[in-house]
Design a protein around this ligand. Structure first.
Ligand code: IMP
Ligand code: MG
Length: 172
């Protein structure tokens, strides 16, 4: 039987998202900001985040699949959904649910940089910093943790648990 242990309540997540939204609103005041969510895990975080911003933004999504456990930044990552919004000369923030090794993110950042944006940064709700295998800067990190596998608030295990309003540690 699998066991769920609470890590962040819905109220705590709300506070984390609010403080990230305040920083982004301040930093990108007067700019043309495009938020790009990484599917599927970021869908709840991104939808809460945009509603707490005080600046206008455009929204799009990317999806990537990773295969195997290769250590190259892009060799095992395949893009399965491309963005539609034009990002040339725009400020871009890639919105991730959780950054673990950082390999997926590194690949996606390289891809977006190739499209000629004015800037590209990363916003992640959960940062498993200790597990990083590649150096990827996270401008806006919500909750830094060393806890094992997390689910809820968009995060899944085999497509389950995304609907939970809080975030939990999953023990199988
Ligand atoms: P990375 O390339 O190792 O950073 O993998 C990042 C992706 O793996 C995230 O976007 C998640 O989709 C997934 N992932 C990593 N850790 C967890 C976790 O604890 N719970 C759920 N998904 C995770
Ligand atoms: Mg993800």
């Amino acid at each position: 039987m699998s066991r769920l242990t609470p890590v962040l309540t819905a109220d705590q997540i709300h506070q984390v998202v609010k403080s990230i939204a305040e920083r982004i609103s301040r930093d990108f005041q007067g700019r043309e900001l495009v938020l790009i969510g990484v599917l599927k895990g970021s869908f709840i975080f991104l939808s809460d985040l945009v509603r707490q911003l005080r600046i206008p933004v455009k929204v799009d999504f990317l999806q990537a699949r990773s295969y195997g456990s290769g250590t190259s930044s892009c060799g095992t990552v395949r893009l399965t959904k491309e963005i539609d919004v034009a990002i040339r000369d725009k400020d871009v923030l890639l919105v991730e649910d959780i950054v673990d090794t950082g390999l997926t993110l590194n690949c996606l950042l390289g891809h977006l940089k190739g499209m000629g944006p004015r800037s590209v940064g990363v916003c992640a709700l959960i940062d498993k910093r200790e597990r990083r295998a590649t150096d990827v800067p996270i401008a806006y990190a919500g909750h830094v943790t060393t806890e094992g596998f997390l689910v809820g608030y968009g995060l899944d295990y085999a497509e389950d648990y995304r609907e939970l309003p809080g975030i939990f540690h999953l023990e199988l």
